[in-house]
Ligand binder design. Structure first.
Ligand code: SF4
Ligand code: SF4
Length: 369
């Protein structure tokens, strides 16, 4: 298996305001090109593209290519496991939506302190083991967003998991909340393999601040910022899979070229990225990746990642009129930031551990006063 997978969470859209409107023609072209170049791993999940990703994968991949020609990963959405029988119901729904017959890789999605409680309460660990015994899952893993300490305990308690999918990128490597490096070292200690998500941090590292672009260009005029980020993730010895959520053929072709002729980072290049990380952290107000896990929880219909993105751009570039225009448009159809009642419902599943109600006050201060 090649080290690079096609993430199906940021696919090209027909209507950029409708996450379910994936462009079928472009996606098919991406799938075909990916397979033609010898790459085989596709990653989907229940909630991607507002629950449409699995169907998109069925139409663009499963129905159009022999089942043995690709590897499909899907995930049990722990966020939706709230009662006895939910794991079975969701799993059956996923088999039907994807039409895949079985999953080559199946993960518990977004394990953290909060979801771990639900996973234990509703028997998710025994459930996925059972499905593996039945041959409906080939390999078991989980995606993880919490401390290295808790990860150590989970891996001790659960030898059945072969791999862990973690957020690993040069910006989060030594972050106090994400703990990429510590999580990576914990997985290695337990002899398991590492899958990487968010290597480009939700696109943030594909288009960093101008001074960071200049720094990277000065060391390698031919490499794009996203190529630097992907090389950082894939240069780790225990990493077997790097997932990238690509939104265009151009991005796909660039990444294919990178992984077909992969060259690990040198020590000097690692030092350049450490400097880039320092520069970005000094300017980024809210470390939101735009995953949107928080959005379904909000009773006030606040588009949380959209507002955080506008806030970050306004704070970093002082482009207030531009950001203000977007904010004014969004609040016509959604809750405005000051509508936040600080209920905290959005915070429990935030992989970045962001104080969302706290930052929402700052968004309101910036755009409403
Ligand atoms: S704390 Fe605010 S943003 Fe979060 S769910 Fe409650 S109302 Fe929505
Ligand atoms: S606030 Fe957290 S959960 Fe919401 S989009 Fe940002 S990173 Fe994701």
């Amino acid at each position: 298996m090649k080290k690079f997978g096609l993430g199906c969470m940021r696919l090209p859209l027909v209507d950029k305001n409708d996450p379910t409107s994936v462009n079928h023609e472009i996606f098919c072209e991406m799938v075909d090109t990916f397979l033609e170049h010898g790459f085989t791993y596709f990653d989907t999940a229940y909630m991607y593209h507002k629950n449409a990703s699995e169907i998109v994968v069925r139409e663009g991949l499963v129905k159009r290519h022999p089942r043995e020609s690709f590897l499909l990963a899907d995930k049990l959405p722990l966020i939706s496991v709230k009662a006895e029988g939910d794991p079975e119901r969701l799993f059956n729904e996923q088999l039907e939506k994807t039409g895949a017959g079985y999953f080559d890789y199946y993960l518990l999605h977004n394990v953290n302190t909060n979801s771990l409680f639900r996973a234990n309460k509703y028997g998710c660990f025994d459930f996925v083991k059972q499905k593996k015994e039945e041959g409906l899952i080939k390999h078991l893993g989980f995606s993880y967003h919490d401390s290295a300490e808790l990860l150590d305990k989970i891996l001790t308690d659960h030898p059945e998991f072969e791999f862990v999918q973690i957020q690993l990128n040069y910006l989060d490597y030594d972050s106090i909340s994400v703990q990429s490096r510590k999580c990576y070292e914990t997985i290695v200690k337990h002899g398991r393999r590492v899958w990487v998500m968010e290597p480009v941090k939700g696109g943030m590292l594909a288009n960093p601040y101008e001074e960071v672009k200049e720094l990277l260009k000065a060391h390698n005029p031919d490499a794009s910022p996203s190529a630097w980020a992907l090389r950082f993730a894939a240069s780790h010895e225990a990493v077997d899979m790097v997932l990238s959520g690509m939104s265009s053929m151009e991005q796909l072709m660039e990444n294919i070229a990178l992984f077909e002729n992969f060259v690990p980072l040198t020590e000097e290049e690692k030092a350049v990225l450490a400097k880039a990380s320092e520069m970005i952290n000094a300017k980024t107000a809210i470390p939101c990746t735009g995953c949107a896990y928080c959005v379904p929880h909000c009773p006030m219909n606040i588009p949380i990642p959209t507002y955080f993105s506008l806030y970050n751009a306004a704070a970093a570039y002082q482009r207030m009129p531009n950001q203000m225009a977007y904010y004014t448009n969004f609040k016509r159809t959604h809750g405005q930031a000051s509508a936040c009642i600080a209920c905290g419902a959005c915070t429990t599943d935030c992989p970045q551990h962001i104080d969302i109600p706290g930052f929402m006050k700052k968004v309101a201060e910036m755009f409403e006063n």
